[in-house]
Structure formats: C-alpha cells, structure tokens
Design a protein around this ligand. Structure first.
Ligand SMILES: *Cc1c(COP(=O)(O)O)cnc(C)c1O
Length: 233
C-alpha cells in the first residue's frame, strides 16, 4: 500500500479508537486532510482513497489548487489559515468552508462576494484559545457580537467554532484549551438562528486529535500524519 493510503487508514483508526474511548460515533467526526505545501498529486491520491475534505492555510495556494483540481467537484475545500479581508476574493468562487473567521468584517466581505454569485459559504469563527498573542482568531468576548451580526446574513452561514491549541509535548496539557472552546460553543447556543448554528467544533491536529475528540471535536484538521512532514508551515 502506498504511504498516503496507509497513513489515512491509520488516522481513521486513531479517530475510531478515540471515539470508542469517548463513547462517540466516528460518523460525527469529519477529517479534514491538510494538504498545505503538498502537491495536488497528493490530494488526488487521498481523494482516490475516499478522502473528500481538504484544508489549506494560504489563500493563493488554496486558489491555485482549487483551479488545478477544478474538475473534481466532489472535493470539499476548507480554508483554515490566517484570513485577511483582502484575500477573501481568492476563495469565494469555490471554497466550501472558511474555518478561520477572525471578525465581523470578514463575514461582511464573504457575504458581499458570495451574494454576487449566489453561493452560500459555511464558516466557523476562530477563537484564540491558546492565550498566545499570535493574534489568530477573535477573543471569546467578541463572539456574541459577531454571531448577532451573522444572523442577518444570507450567503455566509456560521456553523460553529474553530481553535488552534498551544503546541505541547504532552497533548494532555492542552485539554483545558479544547474544553474552553467547547464551553464557548455551549455558552453561545442562545445566539443560534436560521443562519447561525453552534453545532461544529474544529479542533485537534496530528499531535492532539485524540484529546480534541474526547473534548467534543466534530472536525479534526490533520496534515503531517497523512501527507508526511513539511519543510515549512
Ligand atoms: C497545518 C495546520 C494543521 C495541520 O497540522 P498537522 O500538525 O500537520 O496535523 C491544522 N490546522 C491548521 C490551522 C494548520 O495550519
């Protein structure tokens, strides 16, 4: 068996084992294969194994890959990286999920562009759970205002929250960060509307997906365990 196929099988087994331990159904978990820095041939190899969700963290790289793989309508593309308002135009034609919404203004820009082409784009609001001042994602205190704003939109839907935990040698150390994100999801259910659902939690990567699943992740974003190590992020 070639590497990507074998790796995917292993990652799916890890998800299964974590679900067994947590008493959850693996059907509840979406695996996003993070293909950043990797060639589209790797994406096609994973696609051949039935992997449908792919994640990229750079707008231009995402745009290029979406164009190159234009014939593959079955691919579900996720933007997971830092989002500048002026880079949103590179993705709205095709992207299915934008997981890394940091602020209201991003939603406004997506609404504007998606409405012109009559698309509806699913999003998650990224919350800074690591406490690091890397300034990715909003603060939990900003969520209410963002969700109230999103309730009035028609071409961009909010489906939940996304977070990136601190890197720790022992993934147990970041369990409180995942638990915090889940608490924020619960706490903000009162802001649900037709257009805003607090149903998804995107958290957990190669290193810490088990802990994330135990803490309620419904989307895990896994790169190196599937495609191998990267030279840069
Ligand atoms: C790169 C990246 C991942 C995947 O990281 P791995 O450790 O390789 O699994 C997940 N989420 C985000 C936001 C990323 O940028």
């Amino acid at each position: 068996m070639d590497t990507i196929a074998a790796n995917l099988e292993q990652v799916n087994e890890r998800i299964q084992t974590a679900c067994d331990k947590a008493g959850r159904d693996p059907e509840e978990i979406t695996l996003v294969a993070v293909s950043k820095t990797k060639p589209t041939s790797d994406i096609l190899e994973a696609l051949d194994c039935g992997q449908l969700h792919f994640g990229e963290n750079r707008p231009k790289e995402l745009q290029q890959k979406m164009e190159e793989l234009n014939d593959h309508n079955d691919i579900i593309w996720h933007m997971i990286g830092p989002l500048q308002t002026n880079s949103i135009k590179y993705m709205t034609d095709r992207v299915n999920w934008i997981e890394s919404i940091p602020k209201q203004k991003s939603l406004r820009e997506i609404e504007k562009r998606a409405s012109r082409i009559d698309r509806v784009i699913d999003t998650l609001i990224q919350v800074n759970i690591s406490g690091e001042n890397q300034k990715q994602g909003c603060e939990a205190d900003d969520l209410a205002e963002i969700l109230e704003y999103a309730a009035g939109l028609e071409h961009v839907r909010v489906r939940g929250l996304m977070g990136i935990a601190t890197f720790a040698d022992d993934p147990e150390d970041v369990r409180p960060e995942f638990a915090n994100l889940r608490n924020q999801l619960e706490k903000h259910k009162k802001y649900e509307s037709d257009n805003v659902k607090m149903e998804h939690l995107s958290m957990g990567m190669t290193h810490d997906l088990e802990v994330a699943i135990e803490e309620g992740a419904t989307i895990v974003r896994v790169g190196s365990a599937i495609f191998g190590p990267r030279n840069y992020n």
